[in-house]
Design a protein around this ligand. Structure first.
Ligand code: GLU
Length: 278
């Protein structure tokens, strides 16, 4: 078993991160497997070295030890670009020049009964899909969901988390209507989260992805990309989210529950485990 923890260095780790890291770490250790650490610093406009240092410090304090070198996404931009080129060459993508405002305007007449938002934000209305724009005219590259489903399905993944336990089969119509043409790369970002995470987990040999339930819906996109790229699909475990007293999920800006704050207040790693129910 190879598990991983993949925080973004854009703020302090909080209790929710501690839960995720400890769960993935403990699962691997329990069976003599490996636990990897990845720094998801794809978004260079938000990633900060001091947050990365704080991640190492907090994890070490928590007793989490990772195997091998840390993988940083910013060291792998070329890998993402190469994988994107494979999809592009097979006609599974298209270039898009829509701004956020264009998408909002085009989405003003939504089709009845269909959701406006999917796991990748507002569902793309399709404006540039048939325009065959060149790279130089585009601001981002999108997956052509219809083509991708024709090529990549059938596909299914196994979920072992509490809320969505069982096998999940991707259905083309659902993917087109509730996910749509997701962004794979932007002019200022070599890969979107979806593309990078699939490449990273494959390159690192991750067998079990353990992460928060908020990412469950995105897993359908990851599974489809794995199928298109002939990469094995890991097992997935989406755990429940740690919430504050009001029932709201913790956010990066929720400094009050930062691990570093608990440390300052004199709590021990065992106290943190108890707080998250481990
Ligand atoms: N970097 C992502 C986050 O901090 C997690 C990615 C993943 O676990 O797939 O939310």
């Amino acid at each position: 078993m190879i598990t991983r923890f993949a925080p973004s260095p854009t703020g302090p780790l909080h209790l929710g991160h501690a839960y995720s890291a400890l769960l993935a770490h403990d699962r691997a250790r329990a069976v003599g497997g490996k636990f990897l650490l990845r720094i998801d610093d794809l978004d260079q406009s938000r990633a900060r070295p001091h947050w990365e240092d704080q991640i190492y410090d907090d994890l070490t304090w928590l007793g989490v030890r990772w195997d091998g070198p840390v993988r940083r996404q910013s060291d792998h931009f070329q890998d993402y670009t190469a994988v994107l080129a494979r999809l592009r060459d097979r006609g599974l993508t298209f270039e898009c020049r829509c701004s956020r405002r264009d998408i909002e305007a085009a989405a003003n007449a939504p089709q009845e009964g269909q959701p406006d938002f999917g796991p990748d934000g507002r569902i793309y209305p399709g404006t540039c899909r048939a325009l065959h724009l060149g790279l130089s005219d585009a601001t981002c590259t999108r997956l052509n969901m219809h083509q991708a489903c024709l090529t990549g399905l059938p596909a299914r993944f196994e979920e072992t988390g509490p809320t969505h336990h069982g096998a999940h089969t991707l259905i083309a119509q659902d993917m087109t209507n509730t996910v749509g043409d997701v962004v794979l790369s932007r002019r200022d970002m070599a890969a979107s989260y979806h593309l990078s995470v699939v490449v990273d987990d494959f390159d690192s040999g991750v067998t079990d992805v353990i992460r928060g339930e908020d990412l469950f819906e995105a897993t359908r996109i990851h599974m489809l990309l794995q199928s298109l790229l002939e990469m094995p699909t890991p097992r997935y475990h989406h755990h429940g989210l740690i919430r504050d007293e009001a029932g709201k999920r913790l956010a990066k800006r929720d400094d009050a529950r930062a691990i570093s704050k608990f440390r300052e207040d004199g709590l021990s790693p065992a106290d943190i485990r108890a707080l998250v129910g481990l």
